[in-house]
Design a protein around this ligand. Sequence first.
Ligand SMILES: [Co+2]
Length: 359
Amino acid sequence: MQDLLNTTHAFYFRTFVLFDLILCLSIVIRISVVVTDGAMVSSFYVLPRLCSKSFLNFIHKTAEYCNSSPFKNLQALQLFSATSKTETKRCIPSTIGLPSYVTSSQLKTPSIAEIKTDEQISQMLPACKLAASILKHVGNNIKVGITTDHIDDMVFSKCIEAGAYPSPLLYKGFPKSVCTSVNEVACHGIPSKQILNEGDIVNVDITVFYNGYHGDTSATFSLGKVDDRSRELMLATQDCLNAGISVCRDGALFSDIGDIIFEKACEAGFEVIPFFCGHGIGTYFHGPPDIVHVPSDHLGTERMKAGMTFTIEPILCDGYAEIKILDDGWTVVTTDGSRSAQYEHTILVTESGNQILTK
Ligand SMILES: [Co+2]
């Protein structure tokens, strides 16, 4: 996942957290998070639902996620997205730490690029390794005929199994645990009932919050036999990511990343979508520095320093690099309908070069 370059999001969401105590056989602590596009909505509706089928399903599902007995040490997280008119219910064991944007509306990002200590890096590494292993799991299980909601379920359950929180869930109101971007969707696709067909390409963008840190990685997968041009697009995008990573070291210019990615994409006959950038990452999902994937004057002579961690995540398309955002406020598509591909790693800048943390 990534930030829109030099913009704040067009949609503002407000999260409202309520704690309900329900005495039943024991105590369930439920966190209801209501997301609206401005107005706060109360969500005290538990008691009327105590005997309803949906509430029993809710309790059952909640219990499934926890090894302890039902109604004990559980927290459930419930999202209503007023803009998308969809409802997502997710239950999270109380042992799993939640990011600040879930428990409050605060994003808590640093104002300048952070230089992490060895200790901070060792605390962050497990989140990155976990994101990589979940992406691998999705790659092994993705197939023609499944829905993008199924990918969301896979990612969610793998996170919970590992004791991690799926970072996209409720981030600025995003309703699902992962971004799934199919064909002409450039990024931030919302998992849905859309079925994956033979010949499709889909980017799966996974970020997990684990041990107090986020780890972020994505890849584009092909479904069955895809056309030659799509395969070339995927390979070129991977090459661009690798080239971007290759220039990272202590003292290198940030602008080197965009220069080499743009050059490689042009050589391969594709365009780089310039509007989205990589980002600093740590205890925060998105923070400084912005990693621009095209040549950029405004980066000036800013240089990388050992200890910085950030993502590189170029999006290439097989057409004009113009995009629009759909009415759901998230889904980014190419305006000409051309296909796009994206790959992403979280990296650490070191004295001698760099380390890919999400490998
Ligand atoms: Co990202």
